[in-house]
Design a protein. Structure first.
Length: 139
């Protein structure tokens, strides 16, 4: 019984120590110098972001065509991602429909033996005239 009481007392002391550390951290954060340091950091970050934004706008004004092409490319990427997501949701909502990506493993070209043959052929093409045995060893 006293062993259990000693364990509980030790656990309470450990919890008190952790609580004291947490309270000390909170007090240091809420101290006036800690708050002014946080405000200064936020102000510096805001200034850097404003400067970066201004440089970006200057670059766009100086080079409008490349900026337009980059924007169009990003727009197409977003559009494609949205369309693919909609297609995936549409296909998952129709039960019993065979999805094209589900059957890829059944294709004869994707059989494991055929894949190893194709890998060997590709290695032979990559290192023409080399000994096929050494090519197989290096893969």
């Amino acid at each position: 019984m006293s062993k259990l009481a000693d364990e509980l007392e030790h656990e309470v002391e450990t919890t008190r120590t952790k609580l004291d550390q947490t309270l000390g951290n909170l007090q240091s954060r809420l101290h006036a110098s800690g708050l002014t340091g946080s405000v200064d950091d936020l102000r510096e970050t805001s200034i850097r972001l404003t400067e970066s934004g201004q440089r970006l706008l200057d670059s766009v004004r100086a080079n409008p065509v490349p900026a337009l092409l980059v924007g169009a490319g990003l727009g197409f990427l977003v559009y494609d991602a949205l369309m693919r997501g909609a297609e995936r949701r549409r296909l998952s909502a129709t039960p019993g429909v065979a999805h094209p990506h589900d059957r890829d493993g059944e294709l004869p070209e994707n059989h494991p033996d055929r894949l190893h043959e194709r890998l060997d052929d590709a290695l032979e093409e990559s290192f023409p005239g080399s000994d096929p045995v050494s090519v197989r060893i290096t893969k």
